[in-house]
Design a binder for this molecule. Sequence first.
Ligand SMILES: [Zn+2]
Ligand SMILES: [Zn+2]
Length: 497
Amino acid sequence: MKIAVEGCAHGELDKIYECVETLQERENIKIDLLICCGDFQSVRNNDDLRAMAVPEKYQNICTFYKYYSGEKMAPVLTIFIGGNHEASNYLQELPYGGWVAPNIYYLGRAGVVRFGNLRIGGLSGIYKGHDYLQGLWECPPYTQSSLRSVYHIRALDVYRLSQIREKVQVMLSHDWPRGITSYGDKNNLLRRKPFLREDIESNQLGSPPAEKLLNTLKPQYWFAAHLHCQFAALVKHENDEETKFLALDKCLPKRRHLQILDLPSDYDGDKLLKYDVEWLAVLKNTNHLLSVKNINCHMPGPGGNERYDFTPTFDEKQAIEKTFEKLTISNDMFVKTAPIYNPSTPKRIPTEPINNPQTLYLCENLGIDDPIQVVMARSGRSMKTIVADSNNVEVEVTPIKCAKLTLPAPVTPSENNSQEISQENSVFTPENSFLSESGNNTSDCTTPPSATKKIFKRRNLALYTPEENEQVSETSKSPMDSGSPRSSKLPCRYNEL
Ligand SMILES: [Zn+2]
Ligand SMILES: [Zn+2]
């Protein structure tokens, strides 16, 4: 099995697929899967541009829209995680993953899927300590603040991934696991990116939850992006296990942004994309932990008196297999939920979240909640359900029954975001690079459903009912939280384009 891994995509799908096709011809290989590590920019139309956290001058439609509209077809199955430059309104429709275009699959806020016999997990977004413990309260229309916090990693998603016990071979995160620079050629990295020195030396570079997951899940491979430079590392765990880490650049000429991973044929299986039973069971087991409140909420851990181990039992996994007749995630589940790109329409701020039938399907089958439906229900707003045919999208308002749910408008936490962009070219000469053992497999890019109507069902109404004095227990702190600064308001220097 051959997998191409891309760093940040930044909407450049035409170029990335060109690179993949050039590589296939040049090396006479067939690439089975393309993985993108965030900043994917699944922008369908002008409205989506307004849901993306980039300055107006960078609000460029790029090329994803062609794959959404059907003008082009992704030549290779593509899966991706979210980064910090995304059409967040679209990704919020698919919190548990789904097709954003035919053959292009989003892993969700966090997720594990199977491709053949290979398990691939991912964590979307970037880490910001001050939002880590918050509920999933963001909802279009975004404020300047929620436009950014919407892509900040939350403890619930990390907690869910930490329940996984079966081996995950490939893990993805957008920002780097904290401390990873100690396991590779740090000096070489600092020569190329001297502005990282202070953060590396104070161990502030990267994501603490990703670091914990790397040490818990011990995947064979961990790929990341975000800092727009290539960096390889090798983390040795106990029992002779190791994780090969590789950060990739973004898609630009002469940048090292694409890596070919050649895996043994044992992983081939049927080479189909499938739901992962253990992951679905974790989602089901932890649904009651979902909070959409804009307050800190801790995950359960040892010392409290509630369940804190949600690793599915044999029976729980069997129940999932019974529920899902087939685990294959087929392309025909893709549904357009917004109009295709029309250059002459003005950019309007997306005002309403949309019910995506793919999310409805998963929520119905698993008996879990769509976070944004809960946000809407709590504020007494109606959720729109799409009624779409091939190119026309009609929207229908679905009433939500939410008798008791009224809440004051969310208080949006502020964020300081002074950003600098570092774009210098980088030359990677790995001294320790195990990844280059097999030759030149990092590439420089030298070439350019039917109508659905659902009524929202709240499954755990009591959990979402706002109380007068909402308090969060400080005593039952998750082991995943312990190393996470509560309020590390670092200037976001690496938010890049
Ligand atoms: Zn990024
Ligand atoms: Zn990027």
